[in-house]
Each structure stands twice: as structure tokens, then as C-alpha cells.
Design a protein around this ligand. Sequence first.
Ligand code: ATP
Length: 274
Amino acid sequence: MSVQLVSDTAQALLQIQNVSLEYQTRDRIVRATQGVSIDVYEAERYVLLGPSGCGKSTLLKAVAGFVAPAQGRIVLQGQSVSGPGPDRVVVFQEFDQLAPWKTVLDNVLFALHASGTLRGAAARERALYYLDKVGLSAFTAAYPNTLSGGMKQRVAIARALAMQPRILLMDEPFASLDALTRRKMQEELLRLWEEVRFTLLFVTHSIEEALVVGSRIALLSPHPGRLRAEINADAFNLQSQGSPAFQQAAQRIHGLLFEQPAHSTPPQAEQALA
Ligand SMILES: Nc1ncnc2c1ncn2[C@@H]1O[C@H](COP(=O)(O)OP(=O)(O)OP(=O)(O)O)[C@@H](O)[C@H]1O
């Protein structure tokens, strides 16, 4: 009998129940996802993977409460999501998500103050704690325009973790970084997860990134996105990248996404799905 990662009887932290998402444009309705059902459990690193336009970002925005489902519902810890809240924090791809007129420390403090999460010395202590966790203790007084792209993303991650959200939402957070920095950030994210054990919902269109970052991966079909399969990726990390098992998993995912037999697609160093 095989051992399952997740107990069937455990209550999922996040339940995406038969969710269809739509945009109303001037002349038509664009359906982004179709009847997607996903359960995400406490301390999972759950990845949404699929080709460009399959609705990954829209699904993440719906969990964040920015987009209301046209059908189905999203439930976080037993409560229906009906709008944004400090229990869900998003880290985006863009480097301009920090306030440029605030220092690194003030960017983190502002989130804590504005959301009513913490004030005074307690807020400062928590902000400094998470800035230290992302290796930015020496840059608390710096302004965003003096930081590299990777450092800005670290501030955004520290700011998000400082909120101690029930779930951290990341929308292709490393996609604008060069390959080396991206790898380093993946490594840091996994190290942070080992320490803090937050629950993560992570969007990417890179098969490799999904396997490295995720403990489970949802494969979404092309537009409109439907759940095609869920893959257990707990066995993989940056060290296993390039191993035969890793390459096989990447090949299998590629096959599942594009409905090709797994053996017909040679594995590549980086399999992006754009
Ligand atoms: N504001 C919008 N108005 C109308 N249609 C939209 C809007 N945002 C997204 N869409 C459409 O919804 C679908 C899903 O888009 P979404 O950005 O969620 O996909 P994605 O999988 O995240 O893609 P990518 O990997 O390219 O970011 C696409 O067809 C897109 O054109």
C-alpha cells in the first residue's frame, strides 16, 4: 500500500470548489477557468502550472479576493472568500510592488500598520525579524531604487511573511530575474519554508520551477483552464534537478499538458510553457 502525502480526512486549509472565472470585456465574456476544484493543505507548497493564458493568475487573484467566481466558491479555513484580506498576501512578478518613497523597513512596517496587524515596537520587531530571514538586515534604511531586482523581491517576500498570512500567494515571483538569481531565490524560498512552514500557492509556467518549488502541482489545460492532473513533487528540490527521476517527472508533465505520450518529448534544460 502506498503512503499518501495528505490524509484524506484532514480538512483542507484552502478549498477551490468547482470554480469558473470570467472577465466581461466590452463585446464578450472571456472564460479564464472552467470548473476547477483544488484542495490545499496546511504547510503545502502548491503550484499552479500551465501554459500562458490558462487562467493561473486569475485563479490566484480569485483566492486573493480580487476576482469573484462566476461559478463555484473559494473557502479558506471554512470561510467563503468574498474579498481581499490580510490573511492572504500576494507577491507579484513586478519589481515596482514596493513604495519607492519608503525605506525597506518602512515598506514592511506600512503593510503591518495599514492592515491593522501590528503597531509600535512589536511591528518593528517582526519586520526586522523577517528582513533578517531574507538576508536584508543591512539594507533596512535603503530605498527600493538602490536595490537589485532580487533584493526587491526579497523585501516583498519579507513584507508578505511579516503579515503571517494563512496562505502566501506568489504570482511568477521570480520570472523577471536572471537565471542565476532565480535559482538562488528558489533556494531561499525553500529554506524559508523549512524554517517558517507557511502555506504557499505559487503560479509558474516553468515545469522545472514547479518541480523544485512545489510539494504538489496542479496541471491546468490551455484556455479556459481546467484541472488536468495533480502531481506529487515532494521528492524534488534544486539538488535533484537534472537527475533521471527529475527529468522523467518533467517529461511526464510535459506529456500530460500537451497530450503527448511521455516518451515522445525529449526533456530540455528549461521547459517553459509559454
Ligand atoms: N483583465 C482582463 N480582461 C479580460 N480578459 C482577461 C483579463 N485578464 C486576463 N484575461 C484573460 O483571461 C485568460 C486567463 O488569463 P491569466 O492571466 O489568468 O492566464 P495565465 O495562465 O496567468 O497566463 P500567463 O502565464 O501568460 O500570465 C486569458 O485568456 C486572458 O486573456
